[in-house]
Every structure is written in structure tokens, then in C-alpha cells.
Design a protein around this ligand. Structure first.
Ligand code: PAF
Length: 282
């Protein structure tokens, strides 16, 4: 498996493939790979000749120093997992200095309001950091397609918006959420939970499913109140937000419109670990 840590080596390597008309797929990750990431890698392998997986814990998207410090890092395990899937996968695992060149700072973005709600409201500067790193990775790899999981649905919409606003020639491919047996959406953060809490956190998905079944007959406000009540009664999980929003604009629904697609979005703390999830409602 080819592992690069510098753009000056990666770029000519990829150019030689592009010169032979080989398509390139990019799967950006922060490592601590799990089945969710691997499903993105498999989709990329199905659709491209060359697949680049980037592994980089991006400091500018963390609003809390402690969260950045505790983010799981295990490059050797990640490489072994990727190698098991396909030994031709190309890995780009740069250092912070290679990416930020001594100036660890985000660009400022306008995402047409998509960044003002939910994660944007609770994690200051998060989406500027995401836009910055994804922009840098797309520029370095210049892929035909880049793959992002729907677990971070707001991030996915923001990246699509960035590509559209900048007129970038990359196709952004959404991939469905992978779940643990109890329903918890797969995330590198799940590793920080005790097994008991990890099982209990299946409650998040169960609540989303219940919200979905209520959505046909009950008002959004009523469902939001109901979900809040469920979490007040739960002693392990602390609700940060639950919103029902238009899938395209991410604005909270006031009155349902039949031609629009709505999604429920949730963020919850468990043992100090922040977990997010979402589910399409109609
Ligand atoms: O979704 C993630 O893991 C990260 O936000 C991403 C897209 C790799 C950027 O650091």
C-alpha cells in the first residue's frame, strides 16, 4: 500500500494515473476507521480506478481543545484495515505542519446559512475548519468524486454548497449511515464510551425512529417536545438539540409542506462524548 505524508510526492503520483485517464476517488477521514468509513472506501473502490483515503485529525474544526486531544488516533490499525480491503488503496496521512504550513487557521466561509444552525450553533468555527480542510484536500488530490457519510448530514450539505459556490469540478457522493447492532450511528467517538453506555446510546436511534413514525400525524413542535421529554427521563444521555428541518436548507420546519423532504437531527452527550445522528422522516 502506498502511504504519502507530503503533497509534493502525492501530487505527481496521482498525475501519472490521471494522465492514463484513471479516475480518482477521495475519502477524507480523521482516522480511527470503523465500518462506516470502510463503507465509503468500498463505494469509492466500486466507482473509481484509484482511491485515496486521507487520514488527518484536523485541529481547526475542533471547538474544544480537550475533544481534539482525546480524539482517537491509531494509524497502524487504520492502515491494516485498509490493506485488508485492498492493498492498492493510496493513503494520504500528512502532519499538521504539512497541511497548515505553520499557520493553523481556518478560512472564513459563507454557506448560505447552512452553517448557522445545529452543529454550527453549538460548535463555533467548526464548519470554517471543515470547509478549510476539505478545500485543501480536494485541491491536493483533485479527485473525480469525493465521498462523505450522511451521519454528518449538515457537513455533507455544506461541502456540496462549497463546491457549488466555488464552481469546483468535483462530484460529492453521499453514503448512508452505518449503525452498530443497537442502532447507534457508527462514529470514531463511540470508542470512548463504556460498553454499557454504548448499548444505552441505541436509545438515540430508537427515538429518531419513533419521531419518524409520529411525523405523519403529529406536528413538528409536538414531536420536538416529546423527544425532549424522553431525554429528561433518561439518566445516561443528555440532549443538546433535537430539530426537525428541511433537508435542503436545514431550516427548522414550521409548517410541513408535502413536496419537501424533512429530516430529524439530534446531538446528545454520553459520558462527556458528543454523539450526533439524523434520520429522514418522509
Ligand atoms: O467527517 C470527518 O471525518 C471530517 O469532518 C472530515 C470531512 C474528514 C474533515 O476533517
Amino acid at each position: 500500500m502506498q502511504v504519502f505524508d507530503q503533497k509534493k510526492d502525492l501530487i505527481p503520483f496521482l498525475s501519472s494515473h490521471k494522465d492514463e485517464n484513471r479516475s480518482v476517488g477521495l475519502v477524507p477521514t480523521m482516522g480511527a476507521l470503523h465500518q462506516g468509513h470502510l463503507s465509503l472506501v468500498r463505494a469509492a473502490l466500486d466507482q473509481n480506478d484509484v482511491v485515496v483515503v486521507s487520514i488527518f485529525v484536523n485541529p481547526t474544526q475542533f471547538d474544544k481543545k480537550d475533544d481534539l486531544k482525546k480524539y482517537p488516533r491509531n494509524l497502524d490499525e487504520d492502515l491494516a484495515l485498509l490493506n485488508d480491503i485492498d492493498k492498492d488503496i493510496v493513503v494520504f496521512a500528512p502532519s499538521v505542519n504539512e497541511i497548515y504550513n505553520g499557520k493553523v487557521q481556518s478560512e472564513s466561509y459563507q454557506f448560505d446559512g447552512l452553517d448557522q444552525v445545529m452543529e454550527g450553533k453549538f460548535r463555533e468555527g467548526h464548519f470554517d475548519g471543515v470547509g478549510t480542510i476539505v478545500g485543501l484536500l480536494l485541491a491536493a488530490v483533485s479527485p473525480d468524486k469525493a465521498y462523505f457519510g450522511e451521519k454528518d448530514f449538515q457537513q455533507l450539505q455544506i461541502i456540496k454548497k462549497m463546491v457549488q459556490l466555488k464552481g469546483l469540478p468535483y462530484e460529492i457522493v453521499p453514503c448512508p449511515i452505518e449503525r452498530e447492532p443497537h442502532g447507534l450511528a457508527m462514529s470514531s467517538r463511540n470508542e470512548r464510551l463504556s460498553q454499557t453506555t454504548r448499548n444505552e446510546a441505541g436509545f438515540i436511534y430508537k427515538t429518531l425512529q419513533a419521531a419518524k413514525s409520529k411525523f405523519g400525524t403529529e406536528s413538528a413542535n409536538h414531536i420536538v417536545d416529546w423527544v425532549n421529554d424522553q431525554f429528561v427521563k433518561n439518566e445516561v444521555l443528555e440532549l443538546e438539540y433535537f430539530e426537525i428541518s428541511d433537508e435542503e436548507t436545514l431550516t427548522p420546519v414550521s409548517e410541513k409542506q408535502t413536496y419537501k423532504k424533512y429530516r430529524a437531527f439530534i446531538a446528545v452527550y454520553a459520558e462527556g462524548v458528543r454523539l450526533i445522528d439524523n434520520l429522514r422522516l418522509n
